[in-house]
Design a protein around this ligand. Sequence first.
Ligand code: ATP
Ligand code: FE
Length: 367
Amino acid sequence: RVVLGIETSCDDTGAAVVDEHGKILGEALLSQIDVHLKTGGIIPPVAQKLHQDNIDRVVKEAIISSGISVNNLSAIATTVKPGMALSLGVGLTYSLNLVKQYKKPFIPIHHMEAHALTARLLHPVGFPFLVLLISGGHCLLAVVNGVSDFLLLGQSLDEAPGESLDKVARRLSLIKHPDCSSMSGGQAIEHLSQFGDRNFCKEIRPMSQHQDCNFSFAGLRNYFNCTIEKMENVEGIEKGAVLSCAADIAASFQHAVAHHIIKRTQRAIVFCKQEKLLPTNASLVVSGGVASNGYIRKMLQNLTDSMDMSLFCPPARLCTDNGVMIAWNGIERLRVGAGILNDPLDFRYEPRAPLGTDISEQVRRAS
Ligand code: ATP
Ligand code: FE
């Protein structure tokens, strides 16, 4: 079995051909980050236009480098939910044309399911496992009982950690920092943190009174933005210039984000042990763009070591959006025969789509 995967849910145009053993036969990825950094955020019609301009080239590159002809593909898998409507539309339209032309089965993919299953392409992670997805658009904890069988333990009540990191990086004008000009906000914060003092800002603990696994990052982000404003006054510089204490603020913010993520994950592990939702020595899989943060990974490693669990985290290039995870999700679905469509031509994308069964209320009551 060989599947072509296509990803266009946000600002990366990705395609890959993966076989049933998890071998990546061909892949291509085109990031739009340079364009979006200049405008200070993603403008949906701009993202759509870039996907339209590049999708054919990206898909062809993945197919040609795989050495597999489209006729020999077992299926075409494409992200259809959740994501930005205009971006999802480009991938779906392109895929349905291919499906029609080559008469291939179509496998619609949930973007977050794909992030969660990526670890199984690289490591023998068996079901059930706990997954923490931390990215630019999402933040959730779930028990994964099977390929499309998720129990949602908690999620962010406001914004995702990547979004907060991006906003604080932008408020710090890190794009003007000589080291960070082509980095995403999260990467810039991680890079500068190495040179900063994480105790520079007072510690704040979001949701410490809430006995559940939900997250909140907007209050943290707001607190740090206020601190930046204060420091601009102290240093006597204008908004938009880079503070001399930028590294200290970055380190304190990164620590606060990491600490919040760790606390909620710890609560999820305790709940799963109490309710016997996971076996002993279970795995914690962490993915999404923010999972490439070394500081957060290290804290998660300490947590899993202390709780008798194994941590699996795909390499950075597979944590952010890519076509490989979509193709692999297609392989996983083919194996169990779930959600394979032979006549998908009027299929619609869904910009908003929950993942699995929400049991967050049960988590809160159990605490
Ligand atoms: P989603 O997957 O939820 O649709 P997305 O596509 O924006 O969101 P990803 O591509 O998975 O998310 O990740 C991008 C996010 O990851 C950005 O917010 C970026 O700042 C963050 N990020 C990337 N590298 C790092 C890092 N080293 N440390 C922290 N955050 C990072
Ligand atoms: Fe993603």
